[in-house]
Design a protein around this ligand. Structure first.
Ligand SMILES: C[S@@+](CC[C@H](N)C(=O)[O-])C[C@H]1O[C@@H](n2cnc3c(N)ncnc32)[C@H](O)[C@@H]1O
Ligand SMILES: [Zn+2]
Length: 323
């Protein structure tokens, strides 16, 4: 996995609590500000190969649990599950839009020089994101709330332990629904981006709860765009239309009726063709009934106004325009 080695990012690592720089002492990182609790010699914990740059006093994460599980995910994400997911992806092709969007992210990066791209929630490589990992001109930084081979450190998106303006792009794919305060995470993304930095986000609209207790929000296409109101629009749209979301519903209704995840998987396999309805639906109708949405934007100091977000609406339920 071609991630930027930790040693080469020491100049931009900061304390999640006070944003002071970090210094290495013995085998740990600690905060350089003597006013901060994390400046003590213990500094931030190290669990296996991952520094844990989390302020546990404000995070949903629990230090004892992290040490007990050796920083592994509290949700099942074993090898077998990954294989099942690959099979499901091949059968249901969940996200055909992402690949094109990641190519656009690459086009928007500063040309001719190396770029720094941060992946928030990168414990698993997301759909289509391989093109970023395969690009030799990109220095990838990735973190998640658990340790995996595709992250350099553990952190919480509410307090990103990176310096202001330190990255050229941020990717946050299928993560904002899992954070308690999405607006705060977006503010952190805005902070760590360079002045013309790029953000790419994908977030569900009509999807059932996944990741159990760690699932909190959903966004319409307009709501998602407004969440990124301090970014100028490069592109936004939907991922998966009414057919995709209907298939999710079939899966979860079958789980509920038969009290079994397997029943859901069987129902989904039986009704796989329902996804094809996405192609039959006109785009504005699909916007009102999509499975998820994406936003590609450029960091800006100007904030979108409430009236602009009303004009942004791309769905089929047009309001009467003023005379
Ligand atoms: C549905 S998975 C998506 C993973 C990957 N981005 C993808 O597209 O396949 C959601 C991810 O968000 C991570 N996550 C949840 N809360 C987070 C937080 N506060 N900060 C950073 N990542 C978080 C989870 O651990 C998980 O890896
Ligand atoms: Zn500090």
């Amino acid at each position: 996995m071609p991630l930027l080695p930790l040693a080469r990012m020491s100049a931009i690592l900061t304390c999640p609590r006070c944003k002071a720089i970090l210094v290495a002492s013995e085998s740990r990182l600690r905060c350089a500000s003597f006013d901060c609790d994390y400046s003590s010699p213990e500094g931030f914990p190290q669990v296996d190969q991952w520094p844990v740059l989390v302020d546990f006093t404000t995070s949903v994460l629990d230090l004892d649990a992290m040490i007990a599980t050796r920083a592994q995910s509290v949700l099942p994400r074993g090898r077998r599950r990954r294989l099942i997911e690959r099979f499901k992806d091949a059968l249901f092709a969940p996200n055909s839009v992402a690949g094109d969007n990641f190519e656009r992210v690459k086009c928007e990066l500063p040309q001719g020089d190396r770029s720094r791209v941060l992946i928030v929630g990168g414990g698993r490589v997301g759909n289509g994101a391989e093109v970023l990992y395969d690009d030799e001109m990109i220095d990838l930084i990735a973190f998640d709330i658990y340790g995996s081979p595709s992250v350099q450190f553990i952190a919480d998106g509410h307090q990103i332990p990176l310096a202001d303006g330190s990255v050229d792009a941020v990717v946050i794919q299928a993560v904002l629904e899992h954070v308690l305060d999405p607006a705060r995470v977006v503010a952190e993304i805005h902070r760590v981006l360079s002045p013309d930095g790029i953000v790419y986000a994908e977030t569900p609209f009509l999807q059932q709860v996944h990741e159990g207790p760690y699932d909190f929000s959903r966004y319409t296409e307009s709501g998602h765009r407004y969440l990124f109101r301090k970014f100028s629009l490069l592109d936004s749209g939907i991922i998966g239309g009414p057919g995709t979301q209907l298939l999710w519903t079939i899966d979860h209704v079958a789980r509920g009726v038969f009290r079994s995840r397997v029943a859901g998987a069987v129902a989904k396999a039986f009704f796989f063709w329902v996804r094809g309805l996405d192609r039959l639906c006109a785009y504005p109708y699909a916007v009102d009934c999509a499975s998820g949405c994406y936003f590609l934007g450029r960091r800006s100091e100007r904030e979108m106004t409430p009236r602009e977000i009303i004009r942004h609406y791309k769905g089929a339920q047009r309001s009467r325009s003023p005379a």
